[in-house]
Design a protein around this ligand. Structure first.
Ligand SMILES: [Zn+2]
Length: 408
């Protein structure tokens, strides 16, 4: 029976599966034969959260689900210029503001302003507003439906993201991932042994000296980046552990093909000349592989570099990928919307005059979106409700994650 490489506890059939690459960043591969459930829980509630905390913005922006399929984390009250936004993990963006305001005129009539992002939201507000102006709900509903309303669509202001990578706890988690992956290759007895003692202690208890001497951020793209991109997409995650002829063991953990965590598992005395890689595609978590035969130059692994220019280049590439992958969704939504508004199904017959009208509407809307200007459509509320209710019956969204995902 194997024992936990961290605390020596015997492992059994009921040992909790440990995600080698964190579930939070899209990892699917698990093992029950390296660390015990107690250590697994301890990591999940501590250092793994710190590691997952490096990237909630990235996961939110690209709507990356976790390895087990949970929606990306939501980000609340994000400042974007004058706007305050809630960014849903499902890609929905909400402006944060009062749902309605009521002003009483000197003549006793009321001005009611309602801001809602869906017909359902308006329905929910109706009873509350009726109470606040002391009007029977049905009477208020009747007046409301006949009143004027606008559908406004506007691309949100630029959302500033502050990414920060590193920190001792994130490195402890990266080291744990590397030790666990390595143990699946060389066995628990080896990784429980003396050469890995300092690395295990670092995972369990931290340590500034170890952090300074044996961990480092690496901003260089890995030498096999093209090969990996081709198989696992442009934003791959990769954990690679390799030893040289003297048994020095180095781990390299590339996160989203943006930056890497380099850790030294053992300075000497490990099994020489072995290597093991785990790669996954966070855009399609079912695409992952353990093994492979990626032989990275040991000299390259040994000498990480931290260079802000590298980070800028890689972020620019990342952003280009984001713009490419997300913009078509938005335009697709506008096209469907304009077609439906004009009573057309995609692929249905269309007269030249109607095609001209649709082209004009769509062009205006796309242009406004590109320019970041509000596109406004005025009608009575009843008309807008008829038009947009149909789109409200899409698939139910997952409840937003509170951010405190149990990530292990
Ligand atoms: Zn343990």
């Amino acid at each position: 029976m194997p024992s936990c490489i961290f605390c020596g506890e015997p492992l059994g059939a009921d040992t909790k599966p440990e995600h080698i690459l964190l579930d939070a960043v899209g990892g699917r591969m698990t093992t029950r034969t390296v660390d015990c459930s107690a250590c697994n829980n301890l990591f999940g509630n501590g250092i793994d959260k710190a590691f997952a905390g490096q990237s909630p913005e990235i996961r939110n922006l690209l709507q990356f689900r976790s390895g087990s399929g949970r929606t990306a984390p939501s980000l609340k009250n994000v400042k974007a210029g004058e706007q305050i936004l809630n960014l849903g993990g499902d890609g929905k963006i909400d402006l944060v503001r009062k749902p309605f305001t009521v002003k009483e005129n000197p003549d006793g009539t009321f001005v009611v302003d309602i801001h809602a992002r869906s017909i359902e939201e308006i329905e929910k507000l109706i009873p509350h507003i009726a109470v606040s102006i002391k009007m029977p709900v049905e009477e208020f509903r009747k007046q409301l439906l006949a009143s004027s309303a606008s559908m406004i669509e506007q691309r949100p202001n630029t959302i500033p993201f502050r990414l920060s990578f590193g920190g001792i706890d994130a490195f402890r988690s990266a080291m744990k991932s590397c030790l666990v992956l390595w143990a699946t290759l060389v066995g628990n007895d080896e990784v429980s042994g003396e050469p890995y003692c300092a690395a295990r202690n670092f995972v369990m208890a931290g340590g500034e000296a170890f952090h300074r001497l044996r961990t480092m951020l690496d901003t260089r793209p890995i030498p096999i980046v093209d090969e990996i991109r081709a198989a696992y997409g442009p934003l791959f995650n990769l954990i690679h552990v390799q030893s040289d002829a003297t048994g020095r063991v180095i781990g390299h953990f590339t996160l989203y093909n943006l930056i890497a965590f380099r850790v030294v598992l053992a300075e000497m005395g490990g099994t020489p000349d072995r290597r093991m890689t785990l790669v996954s595609n966070p855009e399609a978590p079912e695409v992952w592989s353990k093994g492979g035969n990626f032989d990275l130059p040991f000299d390259w692994l040994s000498a990480p570099e931290y260079n802000l220019e590298d980070v800028r280049v890689r972020l620019a590439r990342f952003h280009a990928h984001y713009a490419e992958s997300k913009t078509p969704d938005e335009f697709e939504r506008m096209i469907v919307d304009v077609l439906e508004k004009n009573g057309l199904q995609q692929g249905g017959p269309v007269s030249a005059a109607l095609a001209h009208k649709i082209g004009g509407e769509l062009g205006l809307r796309v242009a406004m979106h590109r320019l970041g200007l509000p596109f406004e459509e005025k009608a009575t509320l009843a008309e807008l409700m008829r038009r947009y209710r149909k789109q409200e019956t899409g698939p139910k969204e997952d409840p937003p994650s509170s951010g405190g995902d149990a990530e292990d």
